[in-house]
Ligand binder design. Structure first.
Ligand code: LMR
Length: 290
């Protein structure tokens, strides 16, 4: 399996790459890793350092590691691209404030996807991830690059994991949650279980990214890396419960067609998933999702 990680010199990639190479995501698969970051000395040095350390880890299924600054080369023959690269949020900013700068990255990188395999799976992490995934999708379509829209996704598993973690912390109980909408302060945590979700709980989940940013001074890192691993593993292997993925809408639940929106999805294995179709939404929830 050839996997490209963009933003490879950054914090999240640093925590995600060992999980990938240790086969925590794709068990027993040989991995060919492609690292991409910007053409600046610190990033190139960091990527070359990661390459050396990966050899020293002696991961049994890691076949090779290549370092790139050109997405055309980095994406060549890729089965999976994890788009982590982008400017991170600073305290006081909303994720949408990153659009002007990070959106451009996706316009450029979409063109390079012509070099990836036709069934390449894309996971957008860089914020605002829903909108960046939408840019990727629109650009691919405009360029006539043949990639199925089901293969373009963005990360809302972080919000799901947060909802589950916060619920456990507050109640001492485990429950499964999922996320509707955007990876932003308007995301809507929900559950199939018989649990009353309070306004306070929703706010806590919606604001968790900002809370971490304010407390640490930098964005989430290993929780993001864990969520990327969860998203990819479930997408590839399948999951027994519904999980959250930002996907291109076909108009489900009244969400405008071709918006990239988080839904509860059932992953069937071998990269197949479907949006759970029979959720009975109350008026209040519909308004929140809208
Ligand atoms: C998060 O939710 O932690 C990430 O999207 C980073 C951020 O800017 O909040």
């Amino acid at each position: 399996m050839k996997v490209c990680v963009t933003g490879a010199a950054g914090n999240i990639a640093h925590l995600f790459i060992p999980k990938l190479c240790n086969n925590e995501i794709f068990p027993n698969k040989k991995i060919t890793l492609s690292l991409l970051d910007i053409d600046k000395e610190p990033q190139i040095k960091a990527m070359n350092g990661i390459k050396l350390e990966l050899f020293d880890c002696n991961f049994p299924f890691l076949e090779s590691v290549s370092v790139h600054t050109d997405p055309n080369e980095a994406f060549k023959d890729c089965d999976v691209v994890v788009f982590i690269g982008g400017f991170p949020r600073r305290p006081g900013m909303e994720r949408k404030d990153l659009l002007a700068i990070n959106g451009k990255i996706f316009t450029c990188q979409a063109q390079a996807l012509k070099n990836a395999k036709e069934n390449v799976k894309c996971l957008v992490v860089a914020n605002p991830c829903n909108t960046n995934a939408k840019i990727l999708y629109e650009k691919i379509k405009a360029l006539g690059i043949k990639i199925n829209k089901e293969n373009i996704t963005c990360l809302t598993r972080l919000d799901q994991n947060r909802a589950e973690g916060i619920y456990k912390e507050q109640s001492g109980k485990k429950a499964n949650f999922f996320i509707w909408g955007n990876h932003s302060t308007s995301c809507v945590p929900d559950t199939f279980e018989d649990i009353a979700i309070t306004e306070e709980f929703v706010k806590k989940v919606q604001q968790r990214g900002a809370e971490i940013l304010n407390v640490k001074g930098t964005s989430s890192s290993f929780s993001a890396a864990k969520a990327i691993a969860d998203h990819l593993r479930d997408w590839y292997l399948g999951s027994d419960k519904a999980v959250s993925m930002g996907v291109v809408s076909n108009g489900e639940y009244g969400v405008e067609k071709e918006l990239v929106c988080s839904f509860p999805v059932k992953c069937r294995g071998e990269w197949k998933y479907e949006i759970v179709s029979d959720v009975n939404l109350k008026e209040e929830k519909k308004k929140m999702i809208a």
